[in-house]
Write a protein that binds this ligand. Sequence first.
Ligand SMILES: Nc1nc2c(ncn2[C@@H]2O[C@H](COP(=O)(O)OP(=O)(O)OP(=O)(O)O)[C@@H](O)[C@H]2O)c(=O)[nH]1
Ligand SMILES: [Mg+2]
Length: 315
Amino acid sequence: MQISIVIPLLNEQESLKELHDWIVQVMQSNHFSYEIIFIDDGSTDRSWETISELSKANANVKGIRFLKNFGKSQALHAGFKAAEGKVVITMDADLQDNPEEIPEMYQMIVQEGHHVVSGWKKKRYDSVITKNIPSKLFNWAARKTSGVKLHDFNCGLKAFNQKVVKTIEVSGEMHRYIPVLAKNAGFSDISEKVVQHQARKYGSTKFGAERFINGFLDLITIWFVSKFGRRPMHLFGAWGVLMFIVGFGFSLYLGIDKLFINPTGRLITQKPQFYIALTAMIIGTQLFLAGFIGEIMVRSRKNDTRYNISDKINL
Ligand SMILES: Nc1nc2c(ncn2[C@@H]2O[C@H](COP(=O)(O)OP(=O)(O)OP(=O)(O)O)[C@@H](O)[C@H]2O)c(=O)[nH]1
Ligand SMILES: [Mg+2]
């Protein structure tokens, strides 16, 4: 199989049939062997019924339904696990991403050998205040922190070599940073393609302004986890020991001064060095303990299931 199209969705019943027909038309005119995997993440509308009808008419349509809403990242995780195509495409279900981009993205993976090709909505049809400006800021911060030079981290339309999606673990709210996860896993050939972007046609938006705040916090997490996730002691331990040494140095100074040099001088508790010594030693011990507990957790971590599937079609 050449292409797996993974489509996570939440309450997009109006768009699904139109999206399906459009994808099929592109796939057929390019003679691709393909599958479309819809992941219904606890929709409360008729999305699952629509997917099930589509799958009756087209055996290339597959479906996964979650018992409740587990989030876009978990949906992608489930889709990636099921995907069989050499190239795996992700796209939004709301008709904002154009399936006509798929053939060219496929070629970029197969012929040019990129690991990841990420869509770039260069010209957007969104509100300037609520989407464009925050999005520019967000992407700038993401580029600086992650070192992945993409203009548009939030674009749902992306293409991956199958090896990438089978290796990385998309968890939490990390769907915005799949290219960063790929880079951390060693798939460093990450490219970009300018893609068409449409205004939302049906239904309503699922992410509000909090996406940028959450997105930024996730970015810090990803930076931290990729650098120190497997060796927390190297960060906390180092700072802990450093702080403790500073505190200990001051205590030593105070002790020697009081005992041998200037026993009749000011009380130790009247000197600023006393408070510096106290705080530094307490913070140092705390940091050291954080590193220690972190190491224990890293060592005892088991694989945890993060979503539950209630139904499947053709899988
Ligand atoms: N699996 C899953 N998919 C989701 C969830 N929330 C949103 N989606 C899907 O993710 C895609 C993008 O969400 P949108 O609400 O369109 O976000 P957006 O495109 O930035 O915002 P608009 O421009 O208003 O459409 C759509 O296909 C949604 O159906 C979720 O909780 N789980
Ligand atoms: Mg959308």
